[in-house]
Design a protein around this ligand. Structure first.
Ligand SMILES: Nc1ncnc2c1ncn2[C@@H]1O[C@H](COP(=O)(O)OP(=O)(O)OP(=O)(O)O)[C@@H](O)[C@H]1O
Ligand SMILES: [Mg+2]
Length: 391
């Protein structure tokens, strides 16, 4: 009777699921040699004690900004071993959108016992500096999705960090890489910051084309799946569909879904027909459908999309919390529970999300699990964000 359960872990195709996670850091970046050289050249003097470097990395969703900085951080650390001690701290400003939260994350990455309260930002910055000098360390700070910090708070912290060694006897405490999807990021900064960041230190990543996306899917399939179980044709189809948005996350998502489809049918080979792209379904989604939503419906949907880029489903409770965060981010007052719920149902009626009731014994009877099978969350996210950023 429970024969269907036999397929779980049968592993006809999959031998290791972890490379299909977005957090998996590939051993080699596909098709980004030139960009890696560019960033290496910006950091060419980093070996010298007393030196700091700055870079800005811009590019659309899924262009590999985060993974590029992670790869570079790991590589440079290893490369300079024995010559200069580099500590890499990666802060995602979407998760820590105020200056004091970012500062707290930096301090914690250097000292896990750093107290949560009681110090001014100037004091924390100086204690970070002392810590680095005392251990002869150089901090490579990556501020990812930095536009969220700058829009929500200000660029004040960045300015202070860029000046961390000013008036001190030793220099070279920290290097900074700012990362953002927002091509117009620099417009938020005053000339004093722009001049410190350096005009020639801006690296712009282009969206991926189908060949690179095919290779990105292939790289993951090679480690995740049994050898030969995902055909070249299948990978090519994944690359072609993902190229419609140029987003590497979509290539990984399509591969994952195709593998599951093949395994569900008990096959040991993933076929081109298993690739059923969300982009295809996207095409059936009228863009106007999103544009015509009310402001708060869009904000609810944005919160949901952000989670569903990384997870299969989201509970209605989490969706409400994310909605509140999104409202905060865009400086809008969040509506109460009943209105939130009404918007959720409206999105469902529009066909943008699906929901199923959670087991009633889990507590509040109204908890629902939300999924999005008709559209790609990443595409919707950037569409809604763009609109809000345009103001
Ligand atoms: N060149 C590449 N080679 C291998 N994997 C890649 C490459 N580029 C991106 N990826 C993978 O694709 C996924 C998305 O990349 P990443 O998170 O770096 O994009 P991003 O530009 O930071 O997107 P966002 O703007 O949404 O933050 C990650 O899982 C990453 O490992
Ligand atoms: Mg990123």
């Amino acid at each position: 009777m429970a024969g269907y359960l036999d397929r779980i872990g049968a592993g006809k195709v999959l031998i290791d699921k972890s490379p299909l996670s977005y957090d998996w850091i590939p051993p080699e970046l596909v098709g980004r040699d030139e960009e890696l050289s560019d960033i290496a050249s910006i950091f060419s003097r980093i070996e010298n004690h007393g030196t700091s470097c700055q870079a800005v990395i811009l590019g659309p969703v899924g262009a590999g900004k985060t993974v590029l900085t992670q790869r570079f951080g790991n590589d440079i650390q290893r490369h300079l071993e024995g010559r200069r001690k580099i500590v890499v701290t990666h802060v995602n400003c979407r998760n820590h959108p105020t200056g004091s939260q970012v500062l707290q994350q930096i301090a914690l990455s250097l000292d896990s016992r750093h107290p949560e309260r009681g110090f001014s930002s100037g004091e924390i910055i100086q204690s970070i500096r002392r810590n680095l000098q005392a251990h002869e360390k150089h901090l490579l700070l990556i501020l990812d999705e930095v536009d969220v910090l700058v829009r929500r708070d200000s660029s004040d912290l960045i300015y202070k960090l860029l000046r961390i060694d000013e008036g001190q006897d030793k220099s070279g405490s920290l290097s900074i890489i700012l990362v953002s999807q927002d091509a117009a990021l620099m417009k938020y900064f005053e000339p004093a910051i722009i001049s410190r960041l350096g005009h020639s230190n801006i690296l712009k990543l282009q969206p991926y084309g189908s060949r690179t996306l095919t290779m990105i899917a292939e790289q993951r399939a090679e480690v995740a799946c049994k050898s030969g179980s995902v055909s070249k044709k299948t990978l090519k189809k994944i690359g072609e569909f993902a190229a419609e948005v140029g987003d590497a996350r979509m290539a990984i998502e399509l591969l994952d879904a195709a593998i599951r489809r093949a395994e569900k049918e008990g096959r040991g080979e993933v076929l081109p027909d298993d690739v059923q792209p969300s982009t295809l379904r996207n095409a059936s989604l009228e863009p106007a459908q999103v544009d015509n939503l009310s402001k708060h419906q869009k904000l609810v949907l944005l919160g949901i999309c952000r989670r569903l880029k990384k997870a299969e489903e989201i509970s209605s409770g989490d969706a409400q919390k994310l909605y509140q965060l999104v409202c905060e981010e865009f400086g809008v007052k969040a509506r109460g529970y009943t209105t939130f719920w009404k918007h959720l149902k409206a999105l469902e009626i529009e066909g943008l999300i699906e929901s199923r009731s959670a087991n009633a014994s889990e507590g509040r009877g109204r908890t629902q699990h939300i999924t999005m099978t008709n559209t790609s969350p990443a595409t919707l996210e950037s569409r809604i964000e763009k609109e809000f950023l345009r103001g």
